[in-house]
Design a protein around this ligand. Structure first.
Ligand SMILES: *[C@@H]1O[C@H](CO)[C@@H](O)[C@H](O)[C@H]1NC(C)=O
Ligand SMILES: *[C@@H]1O[C@H](CO)[C@@H](O)[C@H](O)[C@H]1NC(C)=O
Length: 213
């Protein structure tokens, strides 16, 4: 290799270092959050009956994701369920990461049973409480959770700082597989059957049979 070539290589590595260093400064304080989401059938008892529902990591509602404005989320989704699945990050503006948005057959092919897909996106200039949910058939009935974007470190809420915070997720429970409910409706052309209960954080209230706090 000639001396000139060596110099060229050296100045490139210096330039590359300076470029990545300034990128680091621009995102100073921002974190990258890694999560593994296993989509799987899970036995769940509600309204006195146990049946298998599709969950993330065995939880209903699914895990709460908490990040700060400017952070990056990396969610590795492993599909161990019998249905195709995709996940949508509801309310997140996907800046230059449209393929991470999630609607099946719109921005991606569904993740097949046995397959996996890694969503990676950065939260840019937004704050608030949003949610993530499946975007494939009616899996969203049980495959969902909160997505909380806190202000950047050192900046405050646009309202007085709350004493306590906890997510409240309102949902609906069917005594059967929600995917079958929508499939039957599509086949017959009639409206889908209404749910058997409303839920708060996954629990039907006191007015339903076999309720729990
Ligand atoms: C499941 O997803 C694959 C592509 O990922 C697609 O070819 C297939 O049609 C999907 N099946 C259903 C029932 O949507
Ligand atoms: C769906 O709703 C119809 C009409 O109310 C009812 O006759 C039927 O039993 C329901 N099916 C299931 C599986 O709950």
């Amino acid at each position: 290799m000639s001396v000139g070539g060596k110099n060229a290589n050296m100045s490139c590595s210096l330039l590359c270092f300076l470029l990545s260093f300034s990128a680091m400064l621009a995102h100073a304080g921002a974190e990258v959050h890694f999560h593994e989401f296993i989509v799987q059938a899970t036995p769940m008892k509600r309204l006195c009956r146990t049946h298998n529902i599709i969950t993330v990591n065995g939880r209903y509602p699914g895990p709460t994701l908490a990040v700060r404005n400017g952070d990056t989320l990396v969610v590795n989704v492993v599909n161990r369920a019998k249905y195709n699945v995709t996940l949508h990050w509801h309310g997140v503006r996907q800046m230059r990461t449209a393929w991470a948005d999630g609607p099946e057959f719109v921005t991606q092919c569904p993740i097949r049973p046995g397959g996996s897909y890694r969503y990676r996106f950065r939260i840019e200039e937004q704050e608030g409480t949003m949610w993530w949910h499946a975007h494939s058939s009616w899996l969203r009935a049980t495959v969902h959770g909160a997505l909380i974007v806190y202000p950047k470190r050192g900046s405050s809420y646009p309202f007085p700082h709350p004493n306590t915070e906890f997510p409240v997720i309102l949902g609906e429970w069917w005594n059967e597989d929600p995917v079958q409910v929508i499939r039957r409706a599509t086949r017959s052309g009639a409206a889908p059957n209404i749910s058997d209960a409303f839920t708060i954080n996954g629990q039907p209230g006191d007015l339903y049979k076999c309720s729990r706090k």
